[in-house]
Design a protein. Structure first.
Length: 198
């Protein structure tokens, strides 16, 4: 009876340790990738070949079709300028342009990018982009810098649609781009500066 009890005790503890490790792994995935990706990652992995134009260059990508574009860019293509902030499209740190429109890459699945054009902060170019970058430098917008790739991508997206935005236009377009350092006044001023010099 004692051997059986000892065996049961050991088996129960092994199960508890395994459960703890599994929960911790899931928490790590959730923290890094967001809840949807943690659930996706825990399923059996599938791969899909896709062709995406990344920063003007046709690129073959072999990834799980449900992987968020953010992680295809960062992990598969090593384009780490696009940042992970929340995984829920609430902070704007992962903003890229998809067919010219500013989108949150943490919410776009890889399969939805097949045959489309993606521009990241690394590939941002053109007169509007240059004007925004120069305005950011001139007005010393950046503080810690973590959110700035997303801020710049959203600002360029706005100026491509509305060349001379009002404060209200800026507030609407930049809503959802969180700056933990609260440089919002400098960001707005820099967008006006870029609009006047583009």
């Amino acid at each position: 009876m004692q051997i059986s009890s000892a065996y049961d005790w050991l088996a129960a503890h092994i199960k508890l340790i395994y459960f703890t490790i599994s929960v911790q792994s899931w928490r790590d995935l959730h923290h890094r990738y967001g809840i949807e990706f943690a659930i996706t990652f825990s399923r059996r992995k599938r791969r899909m070949a896709m062709t995406v134009t990344i920063n003007g260059k046709k690129t073959s990508v072999d990834a799980d079709p449900e992987t968020p574009l953010l992680w295809v860019l960062r992990d598969e293509l090593k384009l780490t300028g696009t940042k992970f902030g929340c995984g829920a499209a609430l902070c704007g740190a992962c903003t890229v342009h998809l067919d010219g429109e500013a989108v949150r890459s943490c919410q776009i699945q890889a399969r939805d990018c097949d045959g489309r054009e993606v521009t990241t902060i690394e590939g941002l170019s053109g007169d509007v982009a240059k004007a925004v970058q120069n305005a950011w430098l001139k007005l010393d917008v950046v503080q810690c810098g973590y959110c700035q790739p997303g801020q710049i991508m959203s600002a360029v997206g706005l100026l491509n649609q509305i060349p001379k935005p009002t404060d209200d236009d800026i507030n609407k377009a930049m809503d959802g781009n969180v700056c933990r350092c609260a440089t919002y006044h400098r960001i707005r001023a820099a967008i006006h500066e870029a609009a006047n010099s583009a």
